[in-house]
Design a protein around this ligand. Structure first.
Ligand code: GLN
Length: 241
């Protein structure tokens, strides 16, 4: 049986709104392709290399947990950057997305240094951007999820998509997330992958390509996933912002 390994960073701190469900979705959709997905939980990073990693995942957390996680991940920021530059597929959510940038400014104006893996920053305010969100993505089609963040992220990289309902990266430019090489960063909790099978398959397919293993069948029966997505799109429409 083919195998892939997911590195799940800071699973003990960053698991807001069931971000762990992303790992379950990856496992399930890998299984349908006869691929065993191993999960390595990494909460202490000293000496960690990406040699056995096929996909990495970082969830979201409060400002406090985010600061602790940033400190830990700073130890491997160069190898994380190299892995991303080399095309390693990865998913980072909310706090996990924010700290890939150069800095995070808290609502009281304190500047917390980010990992600086990518060139963007986030500024947080006490008024939060919350609720159901729907975005339209060129790569993934319609993406749905739930957001709850004080942080406003600003960058010129490609985004995951354009915001139809909700906020996304900030309350100005109507764009959500980041798509850099095979890295996907997003504010969407809920968790994002079970609701958006296109993104799950993207991460798995890229990992299979890199490892030289088969990703078959390319498409699965997504009737239930699509029905769930429709419910969420309608709910977001009726709570229109
Ligand atoms: N602390 C960050 C913010 O409020 C991230 C929160 C989260 O991960 N949901 O912007």
């Amino acid at each position: 049986m083919n195998e892939l390994t997911v590195y799940h960073f800071m699973s003990d701190k960053l698991n807001l709104y069931s971000d762990i469900g992303n790992i379950i979705a990856l496992k399930q959709r890998a299984k349908k392709r006869n691929i065993k997905l191993n999960v390595k939980e990494i909460n202490e990073t000293e000496g960690i290399t990406f040699d056995d990693c096929d996909i990495f995942f970082i969830g979201g957390g409060s400002d406090r947990e985010q600061a602790l996680a940033t400190k830990e991940l700073t130890k491997i920021k160069t190898s994380l950057k190299n892995a991303i530059e080399d095309g390693m597929p990865g998913l980072t959510i909310c706090g996990g997305y924010q700290f890939l940038g150069t800095k995070y400014i808290t609502p009281d104006g304190t500047e917390l240094e980010g990992l600086g893996v990518l060139d963007f920053y986030t500024e947080s305010r006490t008024d939060r951007l919350t609720g159901d969100i729907v975005i339209e993505s060129e790569t993934f089609g319609t993406i749905v999820g739930f957001e709850n963040h004080g942080g406003r992220t600003y960058h010129d990289y490609d985004t995951l998509g354009h915001v139809i309902h909700g906020y996304g990266n900030n309350d100005i430019d109507r764009e959500e997330g980041i798509h850099y090489k095979n890295l996907l960063g997003s504010y969407l909790h809920g968790p994002i992958l079970p609701k958006n099978h296109e993104m799950t398959d993207y991460l798995l397919e890229k990992a299979c390509e890199r490892k030289g293993i088969s990703f078959e069948p390319k498409t699965l029966d997504n009737t239930e996933e699509e029905m769930a997505k429709k419910v969420l799109i309608n709910r977001a429409r009726s709570n229109k912002k």
